[in-house]
Design a protein around this ligand. Sequence first.
Ligand code: AMP
Length: 515
Amino acid sequence: MCGIVGIVAHRPVNQAIYDALTVLQHRGQDAAGISTDDNGTLCSRKALGLVRDVFQERHMLRLQGNVGIGHTRYPTAGCSSSSESQPFYVNSPYGICLAHNGNLTNAVELKELLVNHDHRHLNTGSDTEALLNVFADELQRQNGRSLTPKAVFAAVAGVHRRCRGGYAVVAMIIGHGIVAFRDPDGIRPVCLGRRDTPQGPEWIVASESVALDALDFELVRDILPGEAVFIERNGRLHSHPCGGPRSYTPCIFEFVYFSRPDSIIDRISVYKARLRMGERLAEKILRERPDHDIDVVIPIPDSSRTSALEVAHRLGVKYREGFIKNRYIGRTFIMPGQEIRRQSVRRKLNAIDLEFRDKTVLLVDDSIVRGTTSRQIIEMAREAGARRVYFASASPPVRYPNVYGIDMPAAGELVAAGRSDAEVAQYVGADWLVYQDLDDLVRAVRYDNGDITQFDTSCFSGEYVTGDITPEYLARLEAERCDDARAHRDHAAAVADDEMGDGDTVAVRPRVGAV
Ligand code: AMP
């Protein structure tokens, strides 16, 4: 997952983009980047690390201009290398920078065509570089002398024809403005905001509305599936349904885990959706165990808090913060893969024994993915003195890989793949385990927006809305995502970064494009 933002203003946007990235930091902590257009000169800074570490004052001072885009990265199939930090840049046509959130499911075929047919050079394995080159190629084909909204929208329609998967994109066309668009199924989110000034309106596009709140922009609306908006540098806004919509199927995992609770996505409050998940989960608990002996509900911080609160309320039992999270956890230097994850839980969470001693506790989490966290936490609850430990997941069993941009392990590493609920309970060491039903999850999220009849629920159901996911594709993904493959890639990237140094730091390039 990643966070994207783009701003067109009547004043410098460097600080505003930085601030937006800090509130989108939960969407990716691996790398960050900002590109701005200083009257036709591209200014760029991107590197590995958290937003606060990547941008120093000297970088910010050089990121001049009233138009810019930014990105925080969470690598999916890619690796942790600085050369794959975003935004990416191509110098023709016009000079385009592009950042994206999502995953292209036909990236291999696209890259092959770009290299062998369009004779474009690709320097990395990143989907984003492929997407940028497709967009650049499509824009190049528009032949016109000047860049018109019509040409931009025709280029986006070309991207939709050629690219498959889930993607939300922001691109800056140097000297012209910003383009943002969303895949034709609306899987990945992106919204539009407006702020009025004496000089005219200023515009923002961002992955989540929380970025708009932080900067005093009003949420205008979500960008619709397949739609593109083009905001000229003078603040004039154009929009067009370039590719569809084919369906309106937002990723349900945004509501379960990924997004901040204070965001509104596709007119649905993430916070309210999580409360309703708690409501429905409690109803299921009461159906299955009308005479339950739960003394206390304890959330696994942070994302399950909202649901857990409502579970406790509906069950009529106490809600207690039994685990305290260390917000300042440091780096782990050795042991990639499963071992690192096992130990990191203990470094991250500490139990308050008094809340567990001699009690039957119901632990609530938003999801169970590998089961490593749950297993560790249940062990901690027992060590803290719990008599019985029950476990509830606010979402159904995760049994299938996510192919639209959420970083999930290989299917073989998902604890619920090929296991019954009772077997998962045994694996994680719970006395009883209860999962949310998929229908209940969908109802809980859909409640605020009846226009959305379907969500991308693929990691729970195995149904992929884009219709192009073959067993061969999933096998390739499995090979890319398994722990061994990841460890190998991370090592190779670390060596490359050490050898190259921090190559893409400040790049103030010569003037490009028209003003
Ligand atoms: P585990 O079952 O050990 O893989 O951990 C599940 C926990 O990871 C849950 O508490 C979720 O909050 C969190 N989680 C769910 N999905 C993801 C993801 N894609 N990346 C990182 N953490 C996640």
